[in-house]
Ligand binder design. Structure first.
Ligand code: GAR
Length: 211
């Protein structure tokens, strides 16, 4: 018999979340863990923003929150060193970027390669970077959506795990489109986390096969 890992009761994965703001995607993951949909335990929230509402959500769910406030560090390198320490302290199998609004340095990306995923409010590779929904409206696309992808060194360029799409309606503005996409994000992110936690993702180059 394989001995039980005390940090992973019932073989559940340890996941940690990075979020900078509202945290509605974080909440979707918390809820999917609570309902048994995702076989994981959420071991921590790490945020760069002491005012993030995600911290309240962590408190309500009994998840330890660590604030690594960007503004308190003299350089980006010093910030990233502290962030890396906080992340290591989680001893997580998977890090979920759920509205984490900074680009991670190469050191962090390498250390957690293959076990860090990000949600982006666009159908990548279209509209990477900031204000994806505004970019979609301005470009005039008829279909938009969201993407969950593994994190590599580029901005929103890693292998794609899950995508979901929504129509862009004639009267949409950035906020109505963002709202429609967000509802899909709340499905896509828990699904991608679940697939990871069930060891069902097989990555071959850019392509992610779901077992
Ligand atoms: C979400 O729409 C997420 O896709 C986006 O920020 C929002 C966070 O909302 N992330 C990015 O744009 C990352 N480039 P939430 O805090 O309510 O989850």
């Amino acid at each position: 018999m394989v001995p039980m890992d005390p940090e992973r009761p019932n073989n559940r994965k340890r996941i940690a979340v990075l979020a900078s703001g509202r945290g509605s995607n974080f909440q979707a993951v918390i809820d999917a863990i609570a309902s048994g949909e995702i076989p994981a335990v959420c071991v921590g929230l790490v945020t760069d923003n002491p005012g993030a509402y995600a911290i309240e959500r962590a408190k309500a769910a009994g998840i330890p929150a660590t604030v690594v406030e960007y503004a308190r560090f003299p350089t980006k390198a010093a910030y990233e060193e502290a962030l890396l320490e906080a992340m290591r302290g989680c001893r997580a199998d998977l890090f979920v970027l759920a509205g984490y609004m900074r680009i991670l340095g190469a050191g962090i990306v390498h250390e957690f390669s293959g076990r860090m995923m990000n949600i982006h409010p666009a159908l990548l590779p279209a509209f990477a970077g900031l204000h994806a929904q505004r970019q979609a409206i301005e470009y005039g696309v008829k279909v938009a959506g969201c993407t969950v992808h593994l994190v590599d060194e580029g901005t929103d360029t890693g292998p794609i795990v899950v995508q979901r799409c929504v129509p862009v309606l004639p009267d949409d503005d950035e906020s109505t489109l963002a709202e429609r996409i967000l509802a899909e994000e709340h499905q896509a992110l828990p699904l991608a986390v679940k697939l990871f936690c069930e060891d069902r993702l097989e990555v071959a180059g850019r392509r992610v096969r779901i077992r």
